[in-house]
Structure formats: C-alpha cells, structure tokens
Ligand binder design. Structure first.
Ligand SMILES: Cc1ncc(COP(=O)(O)O)c(C=O)c1O
Length: 389
C-alpha cells in the first residue's frame, strides 16, 4: 500500500528548511527516517490518484471496476521470477526512462547544498542531475585497484556533515564493472548509520556476463533502485524506466511525477508489456550471450593493440580503456581515431575529472563484424602513425 497522507495542516512556505519532520508528521508511517528536500512540502499530489488507489482496493474485494487508464507492466513478477526478491508493485513508479527516474528521485531527496557522493568515472548525468537541484556532486576518484567502483571505506572517509547520500551503478557506465555483494552490503550499512540515502542505478542489471543478474533489493528495502527498458530490454527510444522506492517515499515521488510528466507514454507502456513475455526474454538472453561474445573479442583485441584494460568488465556494453601508450590527450586521440581510422569512440572527459585525458570508452553495441573492422582500422592507424603520438 502506498503511504497515505493524513489530512493535516498544510506546511507553510515559511517552514524551516528541513521540512522532514513536518512531512513525517503528515505521514501515517511513524518514525520513518525520511530524507526529503524542502521543496516537497510545496508540491501537492494529483488527487485523482486517491481515486485510482480506491479503485484497486475495491477490485481487491471482488468488485468489477471499468478502468479507463493506462496499463502497467508487472514488475513484481519480474523481480520474483528473475531476481528472487519480493517487491510489491506499490513500490514501483514508472518513469520516462532512467533519466526521468533520476530526476524524480533526486528532486525528492536533494536540497540546495546537499552533497552526494559518486564514483569518478561515472555516468555524466549523475553529477548534472545533482546540480540541477542545487546539490553538490562529490566525485570520488576510483581506479582499477577497486574495480572502478566506490568501496565502503571511500564512503566512510568522504562522508561529511553536508553529505546526504550516494549514487552508485552496478554494472557501471563507463567501466562495466560491478560492486561485489559484500562491499555493497557494507556500503548500505554505513549509509544507513549516517542517516543518508543510497540510489542504485541498475540499468545494466540484465547485462552481466560472468554470473547471474542480481539486485541490491536483496540487501534492503530502504534503497532507491533506478532501472529502465533502455538497455537490457533494448527499448531506448521508447523512453520508459522505473524506480523501486522505499514504501514511504512512493507518494512523494508520485506527486512529483504527476506534476512533471502526468505519466510516461502510454503506447510505450503497452509495448513494454511484451518485454516480460517468455519469448521476449528468450530473445534478450540470446542478445546477452552475443554481448558476451563481443566483450570476449574486444577486450583481448584492444589489449593486443596496447590499450590498458586492467580489469575485465563484468557487464554493460562498455570498455574503459587507458590510451596513455598512444596519447595523454584522449579527446585529441578520439578525434584522430575518428578522422584517420573512421572509428567513433568516446573520450574520457565525459565521465569526470579522474584522469579522463588518459582514457577512452569503447561501446560494443555493434555487430561482431563491425567491431572486427573497427579494431583492424585502429590497428592500421596505430601502426602507421605510432611515431606521431
Ligand atoms: C548508467 C546509466 N544510467 C542511466 C542512463 C539513462 O537511461 P535512459 O535511456 O533510461 O534514460 C544511461 C544511458 O546511457 C546510463 O548509461
């Protein structure tokens, strides 16, 4: 059940900056350790949601209700059948992609000046989303020794009085690496102790190559999970994603969603219903195997050319490669690779300020034949111009 609001006094605009206490007072859930941005007190829900919730209650008693609203993919079954965790559908908010999910989650959690920890390198939008809400992204440099992921020790040593939470992704973009389960458990425990939030981006969840897909929801139901149909489900342009939120935050996130987007595209939601069918999942599994074949080709091929790839990416479809044996200006290098070899790769600059000039990212989203052609072209270029670097 979605946490409901008691009819209480409206929180005045002059309320103290931290309105958590006031909001907590309005919620039925007692003593919830809520982190809510002050702006949330000024945003009201669409009251039609109450009608919809009541309709579901009536249906549960056996009453027939004619629904004139949109369909919703059944995520709960997916979490149970594929990932072995029970997630009530009431905790799931469907969004316009993971991007929409980030916007809603951070709008609900981040106040101006709040610090949010994240690894560097990481997905570029993370720091921008935090800035959008006047928060302060605190990017912590990570390297191959920790598989380019934050460790519990990093969280503890960088947590300050201004820190409110941490943004993680496993597998990660751009490195494809994952956070080991026990490390993740320790991170969650530390953040819990500090009274902060954990947002975990699981957009590449289904795309893992050396083990089974898993979810952080196994480790706690107080974590915010962001996911999407864009990657594993291959529906990027349909702009559909979701949040699994701790129960007490759902109402807050929903009221933001109603105001910002009304709802994600209805045709996209209907289309996404097909994503959960067994025959679709079989196609997606075949696709995952194909990605594994591409990774297993690309990593050794790039290493042979002289790129530095110290850890095997375990998931996603990226390779974050050191290009320092060719150039310490990865942007210039990427442009030359494009001009001379006809291969488009991403310079490290997009992913943060932790030695980006020494890294480039390869995406293996094209066919094996294309990848082979690209690698051959780069090899020819490097052979011909090695002296020029
Ligand atoms: C780690 C990560 N999170 C989120 C997104 C955004 O996904 P969406 O297309 O669902 O908005 C991307 C897209 O590349 C991504 O790599």
């Amino acid at each position: 059940m979605i946490a409901e609001f008691r009819r209480g006094p409206r929180i005045p605009a002059s309320a103290p900056r931290s309105t958590c206490d006031a909001l907590r007072h309005n919620l039925r859930v007692p003593n919830a350790n809520l982190i809510l941005a002050a702006r949330m007190a000024d945003i009201e829900p669409f009251h039609v949601m109450d009608v919809q919730n009541r309709a579901h209650e009536l249906e549960a008693t056996g009453r027939r209700i004619v629904h004139m609203e949109i369909g919703q993919p059944d995520f709960s079954d997916y979490y149970r059948d594929r990932l072995g965790v029970t997630v009530p559908s009431s905790r799931i908010v469907v969004t316009a992609g993971a991007s929409g999910a980030f916007l809603l989650t951070l709008a609900a959690l981040v106040d101006p000046g709040d610090e949010v920890l994240m690894p560097d390198p990481c997905y570029p939008c993370n720091r921008h989303f935090v800035r959008l809400f006047e928060g302060r992204p605190r990017a912590i440099p990570v390297d191959e020794k920790q598989h380019y992921q934050l460790a519990d020790a990093d969280i503890r040593s960088h947590w300050s009085r201004a820190t409110r939470g941490v943004l993680l992704a496993s597998p990660s973009n751009p490195t494809g690496t994952m956070i080991p389960r026990e490390e993740l458990r320790a991170i969650i425990a530390s953040v819990r102790r500090a009274g902060g939030f954990v947002v975990m981006d699981e957009i590449y969840q289904g795309l893992v190559y050396d083990g089974e897909a898993s979810t952080v929801l196994e480790l706690g139901d107080d974590v915010f999970v962001i996911n999407s149909f864009s990657k594993y489900f291959n529906m990027t342009g349909w702009r559909l994603g979701w949040i699994v939120a701790p129960e007490v935050y759902v109402r807050e996130i929903e009221k933001l969603a109603q105001n910002a987007f009304i709802c994600p595209s209805a045709p996209a939601q209907y289309a996404a219903l097909a994503a959960f069918r067994p025959e679709t999942l079989a196609v997606l599994e075949e696709r995952r195997q194909e990605f594994r074949r591409r990774r297993d080709y690309m990593v050794p091929a790039l290493r042979d050319l002289g790129f530095r790839i110290p850890v095997m990416p375990e998931g996603a479809f990226y390779i974050y490669a050191g290009c320092e044996s060719f150039s310490v200006d990865s942007t210039r290098f990427a442009l030359r690779v494009l001009e001379e070899a006809g291969v488009a790769i991403t310079p490290g600059l997009d992913f943060g300020s932790n030695r980006p000039e020494r890294h480039v990212r390869f995406a293996y989203t094209r066919s094996l034949a294309d990848l082979e052609e690209g690698v051959k072209s780069i090899a020819r270029m490097l052979k011909g111009s090695r002296d020029a670097w």
